[in-house]
Design a protein around this ligand. Structure first.
Ligand SMILES: Cc1ncc(COP(=O)(O)O)c(C=O)c1O
Length: 376
């Protein structure tokens, strides 16, 4: 690492350093064109190349089959939570949802608007809300509607640090919000009719989404029923250039795909690295009776967002303050649950995990005596 700190932000999160350095150069003069990357026409030859490579590299890195379109769309993941029911939840149909955190709750809320407008039904097949999202609902607890228009679930709960290690057993087409674990591990596309991800964690800048949608599923949306900007078929036909796209976001995502290929070669390797990184921090939690993890179900602990607390809220605050002095930034948990959250997306280096684990050990030995209840 250079003079940059270790940034544990949940998103926008740390970008790969070589990508930032390349962007610095290309912002000034893209490949000797005399124009910066943000100054290129979205219909010009330079951007043709950027978009073409981003699509090809995305397909290669993600092993995305030809049956699925790749779309670069604006408006982040929230717009996708809106567009899915807008396109697919129509009269007499059910949109099935798993309620496993705030982003799932928001998606359910969005679907509610279209259910009202279009005469569809929103059904929550499973939820762990009452348990404070400390675990995921098991398949046997879920009441899936097998002939639903789709089942939408969120693979990684960014706020609580819960991650699916299985694909829900519904028979409906699966739509998955992978915002906080996209390309952090291999994806078996045979399970998914659609995947979307806000870019700002593992892929690039905020305000942008990567959408991978199966053609067969896309064709199920009635034609000309939504405005063109919200119509997946239009974006697919126009190769994500229906209007002026976020050219810089596409460029940066393209550079990130190249970085994944160069640095790791495959998503299996990315997964291995992420497992190694997360283990360092989970071991620091598990080997202590001072720190406590939020997630109770071991198998559902996120490799991307690691949530934990000290014995009390004052110490949590002190922890984050002290950590900052050691160059460990943005460890504060989401405002809805407090405590700490270490987000260690693909670009976050393993050295930062080691430094955090060491800091945790030192913090514990300095503060444990002031805590009643923690054994000496
Ligand atoms: C899992 C998940 N879904 C959706 C969102 C919302 O994304 P956006 O802000 O890009 O709309 C987030 C944001 O952190 C997220 O973590």
């Amino acid at each position: 690492m250079s003079e940059r700190a270790f940034n544990f932000s949940a998103g926008p999160g740390a970008l790969p350093e070589p990508v930032i350095k390349q962007a610095q150069q290309d912002l000034w003069n893209f490949q000797g064109s005399g124009m910066g990357v943000c100054e290129l026409s979205h219909r010009g030859p330079e951007f043709d190349q950027i978009l073409g490579e981003a699509l090809a590299d995305c397909r290669e890195v993600g092993s995305i089959p030809d049956s699925h379109h790749i779309l670069f769309l604006q408006g982040g993941a929230t717009t996708q939570a809106d567009m899915v029911p807008m396109n697919f939840l129509n009269e007499g149909m059910t949109g099935d949802y798993l309620e496993t955190g705030k982003w799932a709750e928001d998606a359910i809320k969005e679907a509610g608007y279209y259910a009202k407008i279009n005469g569809g039904t929103v059904h929550v097949a499973g939820s762990t809300k009452d348990e404070g999202y400390t675990r995921l609902p098991a398949d046997k607890e879920c009441k899936y509607v097998d002939d639903a228009a789709y089942l939408l679930y969120v693979s990684n709960n960014t706020i609580y640090g819960l991650q699916f290690n299985r694909v829900p057993k519904s028979k409906a087409p699966k739509v998955c919000d992978m915002s906080s674990d996209m390309f952090s591990r291999p994806i078996d596309w045979s399970h998914f009719d659609m995947v979307y991800a806000g870019a700002q964690k593992n892929l690039g800048p905020s305000g942008q989404a990567l959408v991978v949608i199966k053609d067969e599923f896309m064709q199920k949306a009635p034609k000309n029923r939504v405005g063109r900007m919200h119509d997946y078929s239009i974006h697919a036909a126009k190769e994500s250039r229906f209007n002026t796209p976020n050219t810089f976001a596409i460029y940066l995502m393209g550079q990130t795909f190249k970085w994944i290929r160069r640095e790791f070669g495959s998503l299996d390797q990315v997964d291995q690295y992420n497992r190694e990184k997360a283990k360092i921090i989970y071991d620091a939690i598990d080997n202590s009776d001072f720190f406590k993890g939020h997630v109770q179900e071991q198998d559902a602990r996120s490799l991307m967002n690691i949530t934990f607390t000290t014995p009390n809220a004052e110490l949590d605050e002190e922890f984050c303050k002290e950590a900052k002095k050691h160059g460990l930034l943005t460890l504060e948990g989401h405002r809805s649950i407090g405590g700490m959250r270490a987000s260690v997306y693909n670009a976050f280096p393993i050295e930062g995990c080691r430094k955090l684990a060491e800091f945790m050990k030192n913090f514990e030995s300095q503060h444990r005596t002031q805590v009643a209840g923690a054994s000496a």
